[in-house]
Design a binder for this molecule. Structure first.
Ligand SMILES: Nc1nc2c(c(=O)[nH]1)N[C@H]1C(S)=C(S)[C@@H](COP(=O)(O)O)O[C@H]1N2
Ligand SMILES: [Mo]
Length: 432
């Protein structure tokens, strides 16, 4: 074992350089793919490509284990080498915490379905938190380590290839192979050093100013979203529909026990808001009895309650939602479907988003035009006052701000489906 370690530690300096380079490239790849996965803008542009980017991110994250584990073999030696350099020691510890934290939380996120919502949501928080702290740090680190900012005598790895090569494998831990270049250079006294230090500080401050405020907002949101009371949510809800629907007894308290997990607010438009004067609900097209309801009339339609899970195709889920609303089948029977009708097209009150299912798929009893979630009205950012819920399909079918159902004879390609998503959005077996 000692021998093995010794042979691994041979050409130590070069190996450290190589590990560092690999690590840097992988982190860059993960940062880019990670930010793409995060950004709503990219979601719009990428469509299905996003699924591939997610895989690249996962595989890249697992690949990160290689330099990390390799480094652990070299760590004892490296540690001795930098024992008098607190800044470098701090750097190593910080980077290790970041990498291990990212890898572990990333694996949990990847295995989301197996680990369950509580663990997955904690993992998501940790993953994001490390990114908020780690990414600016790594950007700072890589900028200030570039040649023009880096004081040569402070390099952590002194590469001296000739000596490194002829040296036999060390038998004792301490070795002279890679000795920090301690000779003072005239540079030390030159104004260059001051300029470097100044630039480094400027870069650090710049990063803190540009990232800090967004970070604090994110932190505030993540820490309060679970603790935020329903009253607060209601107060900040831009929708002003009156009266509120009175929840059925199955809704309040929710028979599902309350949803587990957090919805991520997705929208392709600014979030629309509604009040009694600009909201109505219509079923039309190939039906015998087209109808439009205003809010007061809409509230009189008989509602039901169901408990179901909600899965976004991008990988997050909210479990055990207690939805109260009107089953789609009830609308179809109220309106009377004409025989030519083949497709049901759903319109969002945002004026942009649509989706559809076939009349055959519409026979599912749990498709619901929902007004309440866990006994509370659905806030505007989650699609209220009325949203569609299709539990057995990916959530891009669950149109938010639903205000019109149209029966048509043709096919319809919905918003995301025009951008590469599968028209067939059935959940895979392990989810449904
Ligand atoms: N009008 C509208 N409905 C929509 C979307 C949207 O962008 N606009 N996004 C869909 C997608 S992809 C998902 S995962 C869910 C997200 O619902 P949430 O924002 O309430 O979490 O809404 C679906 N319905
Ligand atoms: Mo989604």
């Amino acid at each position: 074992m000692g021998r093995l370690l010794a042979s691994i530690q041979k050409s130590f300096g070069k190996k450290l350089v190589r590990i560092h380079a690999w690590n840097a490239w992988l982190v860059a790849l993960l940062a880019i793919t990670g930010l793409v996965l995060l950004g709503g803008f990219w979601r719009e542009v990428l469509g299905e490509v996003r699924v591939w980017i997610r895989w690249i991110h996962i595989i890249g994250g697992l690949a990160l284990l290689v330099p990390v584990i390799y480094y652990l073999f070299l760590a004892s030696k490296h540690w001795k080498q930098i024992r008098e350099k607190p800044a470098q020691k701090t750097n190593v510890i910080l980077v290790m915490i970041l990498l291990v934290g990212w890898i572990v939380s990333g694996i949990l996120l990847w295995l989301l379905r197996q680990v369950g919502p509580t663990v997955a949501n904690t993992a998501l928080f940790v993953h994001d938190l490390l990114t908020w702290v780690g990414l600016p740090y790594i950007i700072y680190h890589s900028i200030t380590r570039t040649a023009w900012l880096k004081d040569p005598k402070k390099r952590s790895i002194q590469l001296q290839p000739d000596r490194d090569m002829v040296q036999p494998a060390p038998t004792t831990g301490a070795t002279t192979t890679i000795k920090p270049n301690r000779t003072a250079t005239p540079q030390e006294a030159t104004p260059f050093y001051t300029r470097r230090a100044f630039l480094r500080t400027a870069i650090g401050v710049g990063l803190a100013i540009s990232v800090g405020p967004t970070f604090l907002r994110w932190l505030g949101n993540s820490l309060t979203s679970s603790g935020g009371s329903w009253e607060e949510v209601a107060a900040s809800n831009p929708n002003k529909m009156v009266p509120n629907p009175t929840p059925l007894s199955d809704s309040k308290p929710p028979i599902g026990g309350g949803a587990q997990g957090e919805f991520r607010v997705y929208t392709v438009t600014p979030i629309p808001s509604f009040d009694n004067s600009n909201w109505s609900f219509t079923i039309d097209g190939l039906v015998n009895k087209p109808q439009t309801w205003n809010w007061e009339q809409f509230l009189k339609i008989k509602r039901k309650v169901q408990v179901s899970d909600f899965h976004c195709v991008t990988g997050w889920s909210v479990y055990k939602n207690t939805w109260e609303g009107i089953p789609l089948l009830d609308f179809l029977s109220m309106a009377g479907v004409k025989p030519q009708a083949k497709t049901i097209k759903f319109y969002s009150g945002d004026g942009v988003y649509t989706d559809s299912i076939t009349l055959e798929q519409a026979q599912l009893k749990d498709i619901m035009v929902a007004l309440l979630h866990d006994g509370n009205i659905i806030p505007a950012d989650l699609g209220g006052p009325v949203r569609l819920v299709i539990p057995k399909m990916y959530a891009y079918k669950s149109v938010k701000w639903l205000n019109r159902i149209e029966l048509i004879a043709d096919d319809h390609t919905g918003y995301w489906e025009q951008r590469g998503y599968d028209k067939d959005a059935w959940l895979p077996d392990n989810l449904s």
